[in-house]
Structure formats: structure tokens, C-alpha cells
Design a protein around this ligand. Structure first.
Ligand code: NAD
Length: 256
């Protein structure tokens, strides 16, 4: 264990699985106290248990303002502060503009985009009052799909592109207010998590990973730690002068 996040308290959404779970684990191993929040309370508790004393679990539906209010109360009661907010929870419903239902369009934007607005709105006052002298950090998990579009990802492209730009707006607001809080976005390509189940289309998981890997210049899909290490950096004091930035974690995909 090292201590790049020592003394910091972090809340990660969607942290029972995939990228959020890896980020929570890495943050704890770097000395942070972490709130493992998820819609799925039982899975969040299981993951918090694997992390140990540095973690608590919290039920949080990122689409629900009341649920965010309860999360602020829980963080305040338990730790008295919040230094880091990672807006990670997300869903991907593939479909072209012709295929997608309006319901799926709204659902995607609610979980992937409204969540960031609601989370920052709910937690910013506590973060401003309490984040450490080294500053606070907001990190939004967008996607390479927020930069590069695909015909069969209409809602996901739209929501993730909006997260990218909302991130910059939040960053500029916090800078202008001299809050000492950064806001950045991460843009992963395909990472091996349950979210990729949406892309199997009758293939085995190995076949799916192989097919996706052929689209990536370095020749493999990512692993959750590829994203978690970037999250550690952008939420650490080392990155205090980086705000409004976007970081592609894509094995060279967006360089083509
Ligand atoms: P995942 O499906 O493994 O985990 C997502 C988690 O979010 C789950 O635990 C789920 O319960 C939770 N969740 C869903 N709806 C929620 C809600 N309303 N409130 C709270 N929690 C909710 O997916 P993942 O791959 O770990 O994805 C995490 C983030 O990374 C998402 O925003 C996703 O869009 C983004 N992303 C993933 C990939 C990838 O290839 N895996 C690539 C780029 C971006």
C-alpha cells in the first residue's frame, strides 16, 4: 500500500462491479476511505467487505435526487467530509437512431448523464466546505464513445459526449469560484467488464473479446485497472493543476 490518496474520502458510484469496483479497490490501496455506492446494495456490501476497513457500502440510485441527498447525509455523518466524487455508474443500450425506443433513450441519458449533474449538485456544497487543503476532485467516467461515434450507439454516444462537455463546464465553474476542486473526464475504450455482455450477439465471451481487440491498435481490450490507475492519478494531489481535461484510455484507438 502507498499513500497517494492518504487522508482522503471518496465516493464512487456504480462501484459494485467493473470499473467502479476497481477504482474503489485502488483508491483504498492508496490510503483513501471509500464509499462503495451502487444501485445493488448487496453487491456493494460484498465488494466493500473485500476491501476491508477502509470501505463502507451505500445504496445509491444515481438517477434519483432523494437518493443523492441520503448519500450526502451518509458521507457527512460517517466521515464529516468528501474529497473525491467519481461519477462512474452507467449503462449501455446499443441501438441506432431508428432502432432505439424513446424509453431507452431517456433511460440512457438518465443513468449516464443526469447522474453527473445530480451528483455534483448534491455533493459540491459538502466538498467545498470540507475537501482537504490539497483540493478536491470530481472525476466523470465518460467513454471513447463520447468522442468517437458509432451508428449503433445513438443514445450512449449522445449521453457520453454530453458528460465530456458538462465536465468542462463544472471545471470552469469550480475554477472561477476558486473552490480548489478539479473536474476531469476519462474516456475508456472496451474494457473487460460485465458491460461488454451487451456486445456478445450470440458469440462466446472469448470470441467477443477477440473481435473487439482487433479494433484496438495495441491488440487487446482494456482491464479495469487500466482505468483505475488513471483515476488514482487524476484524483491525487499530483494532478491539482489539471482540470477540464479529458483522458482517452483506449490503446491508441482515437489516435487513428
Ligand atoms: P458494469 O456494468 O460492470 O458496472 C456498472 C455498475 O453501475 C453496476 O454495478 C450497476 O449496478 C451500476 N448501476 C447501474 N445503474 C445504476 C444506477 N441507476 N444507480 C447506481 N448504480 C447503477 O459496467 P462498467 O463497465 O464497470 O461501466 C462503468 C462505467 O464505465 C460506465 O459509465 C460505462 O459507461 C463506462 N465505460 C465502460 C466501458 C467498458 O467497456 N466496460 C468503456 C467505456 C466507458
Amino acid at each position: 500500500m502507498t499513500s497517494r490518496l492518504s487522508g482522503r474520502t471518496a465516493l464512487i458510484t456504480g462501484a459494485a462491479s467493473g470499473l467502479g469496483a476497481a477504482i474503489a479497490t485502488r483508491f483504498a490501496s492508496e490510503g483513501a476511505q471509500v464509499i462503495v455506492s451502487d444501485l445493488d446494495q448487496a453487491k456493494a456490501q460484498t465488494h466493500a467487505n473485500t476491501i476491508g476497513d477502509a470501505a463502507i457500502a451505500l445504496e445509491l440510485d444515481v438517477t434519483c435526487p432523494k437518493s443523492w441527498e441520503r448519500a450526502v447525509t451518509a458521507a457527512s455523518d460517517r466521515f464529516g467530509k468528501l474529497d473525491i466524487l467519481v461519477n462512474n455508474a452507467g449503462i449501455c443500450i446499443p441501438g441506432s437512431v431508428e432502432d432505439l425506443s424513446l424509453e431507452d433513450w431517456h433511460r440512457t441519458h438518465s443513468v449516464d448523464l443526469d447522474s453527473v449533474f445530480l451528483g455534483v449538485k448534491a455533493f459540491l456544497p459538502l466538498m467545498v466546505r470540507t475537501s482537504t487543503a490539497h483540493g478536491g476532485a470530481i472525476l466523470n467516467i465518460s467513454s471513447i464513445s463520447g468522442i468517437v461515434a458509432a451508428g449503433n450507439m445513438a443514445a450512449y454516444n449522445s449521453a457520453k459526449a454530453a458528460v465530456r462537455h458538462l465536465t468542462k463546464s463544472i471545471a470552469l465553474h469550480c475554477a472561477k469560484m476558486r473552490y480548489g476542486i478539479t473536474c476531469n473526464s476519462l474516456h475508456p475504450t472496451f474494457i473487460d467488464t460485465p458491460l461488454l455482455d451487451e456486445f456478445t450477439a450470440g458469440r462466446t465471451r472469448e470470441e467477443t473479446l477477440g473481435k473487439l481487440a482487433r479494433q484496438i491498435p495495441v491488440g487487446r481490450v482494456g482491464i479495469p485497472d487500466d482505468v483505475a490507475w488513471a483515476a488514482v492519478y487524476l484524483c491525487s494531489p499530483e494532478a491539482i493543476f489539471i482540470t477540464g481535461a479529458e483522458l482517452a484510455i483506449d490503446g491508441g484507438l482515437s489516435a487513428m
